[in-house]
Design a protein around this ligand. Structure first.
Ligand code: C2O
Ligand code: CU
Length: 471
C-alpha cells in the first residue's frame, strides 16, 4: 500500500528543533454546561495560528474556538448530551464516529437529521455503549468542515480505568494544507484534482492542533497513547515497533491482548484510531514519526525522565460486548468500487441519470459503488435487524481507500491481495489498497439508515458513499 509522497513544509524556525521542550497540554472538557445539563458546542470561526506567532493566523472553523474541540470524556453507559450551536455561515451537524449510536443521533444531514442552519441549535442525546477512543466531527459538507477544523475527541472510559489521566495521552493527528503565507489554503478546498485523485493532502502536520513538539514521560511507567487520524485524506505511516509499543486497541476496540505488530509500518487511515501501550526504558527517548513522505517526519518527541526500569505488566483492556457475526448464515453483499483518475468508472448513475463525458467534471462526481454515484434513494442493501452481514469490497480503482460503516463495528474477516496479516480485528474503518478485496462481517443489530463510505472525505463527496437499511 504505497502512498504518494508529498513534501511537508519545513522551516528551521518552526520545525521540531526550534520547538523547544514544551510539554503536551492535556486538553480536557472546557465546554460550558447549560443549566439543563447539555454541554454546549458552538461551531464558529476563529483566527488561529497553525505554525507559530510569526505567521499570520488562519481562519479555522472550530467547536468552542479550539481545534480539536473540547475533549469529551464519559463512562460506558452514560448519556452524552451535547447542544450544537451553529454560528457558522453554513449548515452543519455532528457525527459521533464509531459510536454504536441511536440512528436519530448519528448526525448525517440528509439521512438521519436535517442540517442545523446558521443561528440554530440541535440537541444530541445518546448513550455510549462501548469503552474506547472515538471522535466527533462535522457531517455536513464534511470535506469542507473537517478540513477547516470541525472535530474533537470523545473518550469512553470503563468504570475503573487502568491509566490515570497523566498516563492516558490523546494524540490527534491532522494534516493541513497551507498556502505560501502559512495560512490554511481555503481556495483549493473542493479542488477537482483532489476529488478525483487521493483527496486533499496537506503540507503541515499538527498534533492536538499544534506543530510537532516534545513531551515528557517517566521511565518504567506504562502509558496509553491514543492516536486519532483527523485528516481529510492522509494515511499516516507509523512504526510502533520502532519505540517498542504494543497495540491495545484499533478504532476503540481492544485487541485480545497487547500485541506487537508483526509488520511495519502500519497505516493509520483517515478516521482510524490506534491505542498503543508504551513503557519506556530509562534514557530511550523516542519519536512517533510519519513515514509516508519517504523520510521520518517527527510528529511528537517523547523525552524519557528518570531511571526506573519497566516491570512486566499485563495490561488488558476489557473488550466491548460486540455481537459476533454468524458467518455460516450471513448474507453477503458485494461492493465494487470504481472510478477516479487513471481508471474507467464503468456504469455511473447519479441521481437516476447515467453520467457521460463532461458530466463527471460538471457534477464533480468521479467514483461509484456498484455503478451508483453518491447517495441514491435505494440502499446498498436492506436487512432485518440482527441479520449477520458480510460485505465483500473490491477496490477496482488505482487508489487506497478508508471504508467506514456507521452505527456498527465489523470484523475484517479476509483480505485478498495484501501481504500483511493483522488477524481479524474489530474496526469501524478499514483500509483497502488498489485492486484488493476485503471482506468484513457484522451483525446488523442497530436499526436505522447507516452510511457506508470512504473516509477520504473528497472521495465520499465525489461519489464514494452509500447507505444500508436495518429494519
Ligand atoms: Cu467519521 Cu461518515 O464519518
Ligand atoms: Cu477513498
Amino acid at each position: 500500500m504505497a502512498l504518494t509522497r508529498r513534501q511537508f513544509m519545513t522551516n528551521s524556525a518552526t520545525g521540531i528543533a526550534g520547538a523547544g521542550a514544551l510539554s503536551l497540554v492535556p486538553f480536557q472538557v472546557f465546554a460550558a454546561m447549560a443549566e439543563d445539563g447539555f454541554l454546549e458546542l458552538t461551531a464558529k470561526e476563529v483566527q488561529k495560528n497553525l505554525i507559530s506567532e510569526e505567521y499570520p493566523a488562519s481562519t479555522l472553523w472550530t467547536y468552542n474556538g479550539e481545534s480539536p474541540g473540547p475533549q469529551i470524556r464519559v463512562k460506558r453507559g452514560e448519556r452524552v448530551k451535547v447542544r450544537l450551536i451553529n454560528q457558522l455561515s453554513e449548515p452543519t451537524s455532528i457525527h459521533w464516529h464509531g459510536i454504536r449510536i441511536d440512528n436519530a443521533m448519528d448526525g448525517v444531514s440528509g439521512l438521519t437529521q436535517d442540517a442545523v442552519l446558521p443561528g440554530e441549535t440541535f440537541d444530541y442525546d445518546f448513550v455510549v455503549p462501548d469503552v474506547g477512543t472515538y471522535w466527533y466531527h462535522a457531517h455536513t459538507k464534511t470535506w469542507n468542515q473537517v478540513a477547516r477544523g470541525l472535530y474533537g475527541v470523545l473518550i469512553v472510559e470503563d468504570d475503573e480505568e487502568i491509566f490515570d489521566l497523566e498516563h492516558d495521552i490523546v494524540l490527534v493527528l491532522d494534516d493541513w494544507r497551507l498556502g505560501q503565507d502559512g495560512t490554511l489554503d481555503i481556495l483549493s478546498l473542493g479542488s477537482t484534482v483532489d476529488w478525483s485523485h487521493e483527496g486533499r493532502l496537506g503540507n503541515w502536520l499538527t498534533i492536538n492542533g499544534r506543530p510537532p513538539h516534545e513531551n515528557e514521560i517517566n521511565a518504567g511507567e506504562p502509558y496509553r497513547l491514543r492516536l486519532i487520524n483527523a485528516s481529510n485524506a492522509r494515511s499516516f505511516e507509523i512504526d510502533p515497533n520502532s519505540f517498542k509499543a504494543k497495540i491495545i486497541a484499533f478504532d476503540g476496540q481492544a485487541t485480545p491482548e497487547a500485541q506487537t505488530l508483526a509488520y511495519s509500518p502500519m497505516l493509520l487511515g483517515p478516521a482510524q484510531r490506534v491505542d498503543l501501550l508504551v513503557q519506556p526504558q530509562p534514557g530511550e527517548n523516542f519519536s512517533i514519526n510519519e513515514m509516508s513522505d519517504g523520510q521520518n517526519y517527527p510528529l511528537v518527541n517523547f523525552r524519557v525522565l528518570g531511571e526506573k526500569k519497566p516491570e512486566t505488566v499485563d495490561i488488558r483492556i476489557a473488550p466491548n460486548p460486540l455481537p459476533e457475526p454468524d458467518i455460516e448464515n450471513a448474507l453477503t453483499f458485494k461492493l465494487h468500487m470504481s472510478g477516479g483518475a487513471m481508471n474507467s468508472i464503468g456504469d455511473a448513475v447519479f441521481n437516476g441519470e447515467q453520467l457521460e463525458g463532461e458530466d463527471f467534471i460538471n457534477f464533480k462526481q468521479f467514483w461509484a459503488f456498484n455503478g451508483v454515484v453518491n447517495l441514491s434513494d435505494e440502499p446498498f442493501f436492506a436487512v432485518e435487524r440482527n441479520q449477520s452481514v458480510i460485505i465483500e469490497v473490491f477496490n477496482d480503482t488505482s487508489f487506497l481507500h478508508a471504508m467506514h460503516a456507521h452505527g456498527h463495528h465489523f470484523r475484517v474477516i479476509e483480505r485478498v491481495g495484501v501481504d500483511i496479516d493483522e488477524g481479524m480485528p474489530w474496526r469501524d474503518t478499514f483500509m483497502i489498497g488498489a485492486r484488493q478485496t476485503t471482506r468484513i462481517a457484522f451483525v446488523a443489530d442497530n436499526p436505522g439508515k447507516w452510511l457506508f463510505h470512504c473516509h477520504m472525505l473528497e472521495h465520499a463527496a465525489a461519489g464514494m458513499i452509500t447507505w444500508f437499511d436495518v429494519s
